[in-house]
Design a protein. Structure first.
Lengths: 368, 368
């Protein structure tokens, strides 16, 4: 008996597992991590009100979630100063990304991104047969001018830009992006990934009319709102584009506890302010720990800090491996020259105590 | 400025919203339902141990879920008497369906199903450009012989069969399916949807080696385990097929509270037995209510009952509308002759009291 007949596209995709979670690393090591600082999760957690809202909603978990996320979508519209028709709720930015790529990209279609930017976007583009065209980072920033010029050159249907950036933590002023938009080619959509926007200075989010046909922006409850495990994010864009997702999205795909939690999280501005202060303290502390070890850091508008290990990618990888061996989960950029850095999430004081404790040994081992 | 450039396939798909939830109906009506009996949710809820496990897991909701669902996958392997490599955990059967169709179906590829069977499967097939070939129900049963003959005729890569069936509640003995499998064409995969299997008589689930390359079976925590709003289901199939999902699935797509709840639900066999007893009582009660009103019901191996309204589809629709107008949420089959029935989920005694109260008026209105 023969097996199933996969599509040509599926047969062309690599069989390797593209993403490995920290739990898998823990199982492979046979030991848990002491500090979980690799996935830019919010170690400060969701607000108590958010937890309470999710607990209460568990009583109704036997019901499917509202497929239109009506209440949350209306609250998000008020938050984003647009109409509910401009808002789409989805299974995290990763889920939204996959559906967006599916809407636009057929095999052979061109897409532009930065070399070393969010790998899950690349995964989805490859998964639908798109052809990725990459431009380099410029001084550790994704560069809108290079991206849009590349989009022109290759006729890209979609271009990816994260602001602030992951994995470097750098950012552009929103006003600069608004101006740069004039160079976006006609018929090319900018996917503006704002997963970390709540950690950025005022003015980082560009002013863009929700009905502007050139841009779709995506935000998440996984980072500042501390709900990574709930899988909920949202997109803002022109009503026609938002409606087009109804052709393909998993209409009953939302976890209803996540829907209830997101609504509570959005309303709890005090907790958000608390998390923002904690993240600022943690960024300062990571910088201090780096300096104490003769290293430097990049300025960050996110809940993580890129620590420049002062050597090449192999050296940074050796530092990372030595940290992991000492029970600290961290990750690193995977393209030169960004991969001279390791990326450390903003932990609580006790998490960063562990980092401070083991970094000297890790550096010593990597050098030795 | 022009908008985004959608793929040809996306442009060919209908713009109508294919699925409407009961919340949307409630908003349109301006009133809540008194009895929610339309979506085959489990009104008996998840087990208290499942709720407790989910509550406890909320403390860790700031962490992404384990992308390999390691612990749950191993528990499911023990449950299904196969290897963990034969198990895939996903975002409900709907999510698993979408990814399976994506693996196999390119535009123009043939797929076989029954006319009136699960519409979400059809939605995903259309969404990837597949061509659906339908065979009729035979005496209110999906018919494996007709399905497999059609698959032969059209060269289908995939054939859908639910056992027990939704929306009719009928079923086939597992041994009969095992024999019928010999007629499945070479290179055609049978998707066996067992969403309702826990409500079926012993022997309904066929004995199929997990490594049999002809079959992938899907089950869910949405029905008997009362976790529809959590979005978690699983597939069992040959290791190579299961691994192929790693090429396209949303690796960090699982809600970690759902993962924890599913593990607890799987272990609580007592609660499952309780729900099975309650569902049997509810099936009997729905049958009695139908008889009290001069109607008949179909035998059911699910947590719902198809009530034959004794007329054509228009008459059944009139009964349904009259029930909805009286605050009872129900749905109905959408293809003749199955659409002579309405489909009523197994509610608690208080839910079925409402049905008993309003059905006479609804019938009177529909007749009148």
């Amino acid at each position: 008996m023969t097996g199933p007949r996969y599509t040509d596209l599926i047969q062309s995709l690599p069989s390797t597992v593209p993403f490995v979670g920290p739990e898998e690393q823990e199982r492979a090591r046979g030991a848990p991590f002491r500090a979980r600082l690799g996935a830019n999760e919010s170690l400060f957690g969701p607000s108590p009100k958010t937890i309470a809202a999710m607990q209460a909603e568990l009583a109704d978990i036997w019901k499917y979630g509202d497929p239109s996320s009506h209440e949350l979508r209306h609250a998000l519209a008020a938050h984003m100063a647009c109409a509910p028709e401009n808002i789409l709720v989805g299974e995290g930015i990763d889920g939204l990304l996959g559906n967006l790529v599916r809407l636009l990209i057929a095999p052979g279609d061109a897409v532009a991104t930065s070399d070393g930017a969010y790998p899950t976007f690349n995964y989805h583009v490859a998964g639908f047969g798109g052809v990725l065209h990459k431009v380099p980072y410029v001084e550790d920033h994704e560069d809108p001018s290079l991206l849009f010029a590349k989009a022109h050159e290759v006729g890209a249907k979609l271009v990816y830009l994260a602001n602030p950036d992951n994995p470097m933590g750098t950012w552009h002023d929103g006003a600069k992006l608004t101006v740069a938009l004039d160079d976006l080619p006609e018929g090319c959509l900018l996917l503006l990934d704002e997963a970390y926007i709540e950690f950025a200075p005022h003015g980082t989010a560009p002013t863009i009319d929700a009905e502007d046909p050139r841009v779709i922006r995506m935000r998440t409850f996984s980072k500042a709102h501390g709900m990574a495990g709930a899988r909920i994010g949202y997109a803002t864009g022109a009503a026609g584009l938002i409606k087009s997702f109804d052709k393909i999205r998993n209409h009953f795909g939302m976890n209803r506890v996540a829907q209830a939690g997101a609504l509570a999280a959005l309303e709890d501005r005090e907790w958000l302010a608390h998390v923002q202060r904690e993240v600022q303290s943690a960024r300062d502390r990571i910088d201090q720990i780096a300096r104490d070890n003769g290293l430097t850091t990049l300025p960050s508008a996110t809940n993580f800090v890129a620590v420049d290990c002062g050597g090449d990618g192999d050296f940074a990888k050796a530092v990372l491996d030595a940290l992991v061996a000492r029970d600290v989960f961290v990750r690193m950029p995977f393209v030169a020259p960004q991969n001279r850095c390791i990326r450390i999430s903003c932990g609580r004081p006790q998490d960063l105590d562990v980092l401070a404790e083991v970094l000297p040994e890790a550096l010593s081992e990597a050098r030795g």
